[in-house]
Design a protein around this ligand. Structure first.
Ligand SMILES: [Ca+2]
Ligand SMILES: [Ca+2]
Length: 453
């Protein structure tokens, strides 16, 4: 029990840098809401749900007989060795240890049940949520500079303008933003939102601007409208691919692309392993080649790892925020960034001075590249713009850069994209012994490196 409490406290602790870095914010509503968040995540993390890997589903019948369990009718994930099912304890009385002990005590169960884990919670990785002044966008027009582009120091650092001379992106490249959803009607996003035209749907015309087809999926509320009720997902989407040169707001790293909105994090910014897995599977099955993941947690999930490994077999790049604890992922892993898989590129957050931010996680083996993540302007719901900080903001920079690479050279594999992005960094002393590539993203040089391929 002490162990469980300890882990929950670590979850809360992850939110604590919010107070530290929010110190420039006055002690008021901002801090009160952060307190609320911390307590909500504490109750969030209690679970009666487990993910169970079995050789065949019949193994779950015995568990059901022993305990009052509900077994999901369909597997969450199929692998070569078995299938993962979500199992819910209807009485909220079982612990992971109870289930494991029962399985170990029975030879046949032990043979057929390969793994049991809790359906963990995962959290957004932005640092601040204090509102900043909002700037209403101007009216759209053809090929006009984005008026807020001057604020985007990150685009200068990574030499985006130079990269755009080679490619501004392509609407053939689908990037899944696995997050809190997106304001898919935002004037700087609407043109770059993926639409699922392969399976027309009817009956949900609701004034959302999306009719007949869908922009992705909402796995929190199980509906086809992944509306962003938090703000985090709209912010990360704008960093990937806010529309460039439309005379509105700013531009993403990719000026053109298709962003698939997959909502698995709720209004408070947390979501379950189950819904993360559903999001990744949806993205892979519907043609996304790059997944942007600005979320994490310190509890290992084998089910999540196997899902990302499956995405690797489908040649899908998994970009992941390194985490905001200021710690070393080599020794204190933050998942999913720290899984040792060939298609994961884990991203640390750099600042205006090209230094590693003090809150960014690092790790010379497990964190691959740095990207601008501190004080980043981007889109938020209702066609507005805000500043936000964290490895959450650095991750979509790399996802956007990968989108430009894929637009320029469509045959690049996920592993090639990761290698090119790492080999083309601006090497800087601050990263030498902390980041595998030793530097910060340079998308213009990445395109140069890809030119010969
Ligand atoms: Ca919804
Ligand atoms: Ca724009």
């Amino acid at each position: 029990m002490f162990f469980l409490v300890g882990r929950h406290l670590r979850n809360v602790f992850r939110l604590l840098p919010l107070f530290v870095f929010g110190s420039q914010v006055s002690f008021s509503a901002a801090q009160a809401s952060l307190h609320t968040k911390a307590y909500m995540s504490l109750s969030d993390s209690r679970t009666n749900e487990f993910l169970v890997k079995v050789k065949s589903k019949s193994a779950l019948v015995d568990l059901q007989r022993e305990f009052d369990l509900e077994v999901a009718p369909k597997p969450l994930l199929k692998t070569e060795e078995g299938e993962w099912y979500k199992v819910s304890d209807l009485n909220f009385s079982l612990s992971l240890g109870d289930l494991q002990a029962h399985v170990f005590s029975d030879a046949s169960l032990n043979e057929n049940i390969l793994h049991i884990e809790e359906n963990h919670r995962w959290y957004v990785l932005n640092q601040t949520d204090d509102p900043k002044p909002e700037f209403p966008p101007r009216l759209p027009s053809r090929k006009r500079p984005d008026p807020m582009l001057g604020r985007a120091y990150g685009l200068d650092k990574i030499q985006a303008s130079k990269a755009w001379l080679t490619t501004t992106g392509s609407t053939n490249v689908v990037i899944a933003d696995i997050d809190t959803g997106i304001d898919y009607n935002h004037r700087d996003l609407i043109n770059n939102i993926w639409r699922n035209t392969s399976k027309p749907r009817q009956g949900h015309e609701d004034g959302s601007g999306i009719t007949g087809d869908i922009a992705g999926w909402d796995f929190v509320n199980n509906d086809p409208l992944p509306w962003d009720d938090n703000g985090h997902g709209s912010h990360t989407s704008g960093i990937i691919a806010a529309t460039g040169n439309n005379g509105v707001g700013l531009s993403g790293v990719a000026q053109r692309a298709q962003i698939m909105a997959l909502k698995f994090l709720n209004a408070e910014g947390s979501g379950s392993t189950e819904d993360a897995i559903r999001s990744i599977n949806y993205a892979v099955q519907n043609g996304a080649v790059i997944l942007s993941n600005s979320w994490g947690g310190d509890e290992y999930s084998k089910a999540l790892e196997e899902t990302i490994a499956e995405a690797a077999r489908q040649n899908v790049l998994f970009v992941a925020a390194a985490g905001n604890d200021g710690t070393n992922n080599d020794t204190l892993p933050m998942y999913p960034a720290a899984y040792n898989l060939p298609n994961i590129i884990a991203v640390a957050a750099s600042d205006k001075d090209d230094l590693l931010t003090e809150y960014s996680n690092f790790g010379v083996n497990t964190v691959h590249i740095a990207a601008p993540g501190d004080a980043i302007w981007s889109t938020v719901p209702d066609s507005k713009y805000e500043v936000n900080s964290g490895t959450s903001m650095a991750c979509p920079y790399v996802a956007g850069a990968a989108a430009l690479l894929k637009a320029y050279k469509p045959n690049l594999t996920a592993v090639q994209m990761k290698q090119i992005l790492m080999q083309s960094v601006d090497k800087l002393p601050d990263y030498a012994d902390k980041i595998a590539s030793g530097g910060r993203l340079n998308v213009a040089r990445a395109l140069e490196l890809a030119a010969g391929l």
